[in-house]
Design a protein around this ligand. Sequence first.
Ligand SMILES: [Zn+2]
Length: 199
Amino acid sequence: MENGIGNLPGLKNTWSALRKKKPEVIWWSLIWFPYAIPKQAFLLWLAVRNCLTTGDRLLVWGYKGDTQCGFCRHGLESRDHLFFRCSFSSRIWKNCMQRCNIENPDIDWLNVMDTGYRQWKTKRMWGALCRLVLQSGVYHLWRARNEIKHNGCPKTEEQVLRSIYWDVRSRFSGNGRFAKTMESVNLCLNWNISFSVLV
Ligand SMILES: [Zn+2]
């Protein structure tokens, strides 16, 4: 049977099409949550909807300028390349995720969003931290991308990382009220967050 229920590749394609079609609904919990930073949440929402002015989209609109990735200069710039397949972005993403105790983070956009949706919606500090790191990572990588595209001014990995660390620490400072567990103590140490967020 060509398109029967037992046609697994067909089912896989359907699921893939569905999650691409309504991502903003499926992944809402990654965008809006108590510790979200509004301007960063908004940018993530644009990224989820693939509405950022990335090179691949500019090409479709007939843009004749440079559409290469400004970070690695290796291939067409797209959302999925910037977040986080690009060698520059992936190193930053991996560094941040490892500080969240995720040793081998996925760098595929749809997989990151799926994992986040399934695992990070939790009251544990870890869940809030991972969601905040995702928002902050996308935000600061996009800003760094714009600095190159508009001002020809590349930032180093360390500079982008420092911006992410700063935002994450600042957002939790005096704000958090998380259960004091081995995990949350460890996360505070990893991110240099005050233990006062633990109760
Ligand atoms: Zn790149």
